[in-house]
Write a protein that binds this ligand. Sequence first.
Ligand SMILES: *Cc1c(COP(=O)(O)O)cnc(C)c1O
Length: 399
Amino acid sequence: MVLSVGRLDWITEELENLKKQGLYVTIRKLQTAQGPWVVVDGKRVLNMCSNNYLGLAAHPRIKEAAIKAILDYGVGAGAVRTIAGTMELHEILEDKLARFKRREAAVVFQSGYNANLGALSALGWGRKDLVFVSEELNHASIIDAMRLAGAPKVIYKHVDMEDLKKKLEEVKDYRIKVIVTDGVFSMDGDLAPLPEIVELAEQYNAIVYVDDAHGEGVLGDHGRGIVDYYKLHDRVDFEMGTLSKAFGVIGGYVAGDRESIEFIKQRGRPFLFSSAMNPPDVAAAIAAVEILEESDELIKKLWENTHILQKGLRDAGFDLGNTKHPITPVMLYDEKLTQEFSRRLFDEYNIFAQAIVYPTVPKGKARIRLEPSAAHKPEDMKYVVDSFTELARKVGFFK
Ligand SMILES: *Cc1c(COP(=O)(O)O)cnc(C)c1O
């Protein structure tokens, strides 16, 4: 007889270990749509931790587009893209995204995570003549994608162009070199120095791949992203993006030249082996791109709120690091203090803002990460500044 009792005990132990180390994540429950004010665990709070930068997640026009798509096309795409899952809606979205990004072509995936997985693994698949040159603080989806690809990789230090040059020199004999970087770094809001990266890439004949998850809808003309912001369209080869942040929906994509995108469709595993984005999500994403093309009013509001929030916090004496983006890291340094600060913001000030601690950021660099949106009011930003200042005094962070 096989003894099966206790075969999952190790999971209980692992969970207890996480709790002991303070690494156990408590997941809060939203009871309303995403927006500037939400009900979380039964309490109405000011939402300062969503990536819904433009407030599009519950925008009336986007909701209507999704409802209409359900009536016309149903809820499921029915198959993977290459078998019977590509609908005309998917192609409309890809054409719109390509035009929006001012590129020849684009391919959509079920998420930004899958877009990185699909594109980078397609490029690197088992190749020994290709090397990834990857920035130290790249998003987990890039790290996972490089693992899946199985090609060699080297890591260069965060925004350190001397080190990038050194690493490119080390790998200069590889036939194919792919520099991969986040455009905006999600925990700090600082930007990749793309003009310098592109210079070095040209010097070493390397491909440039930028993950623009936080740049779209925020930076550049009408939110076209970081490549547009720096005016580097002809010098960056691949722009990956997500439809889940500023666009407010779900899905991801990669834009580039026609043949490269064709190649990703032939080889990208999440494209080949996971069913296509659902019709209502595709229609909602199409509406989101149209809204951005028509007007940059929401982006202007996002930046107005960002300036009020960041100027207020800096004037009050907080360190916001090197952010150039609505991502606002309020540095509190100490892990325990930061956890307490977040809890008391919620309990005493009705502000929902998450503590970001080790291992997401280095030890001693704990912070509260704030994300303003276009849907907030200037008064909301002032309320956050006043609450942070008062609470910082109460906890002894400000003397
Ligand atoms: C959020 C994010 C992703 C993943 O996008 P999803 O659409 O949520 O899967 C990829 N890269 C970066 C830099 C991100 O911030």
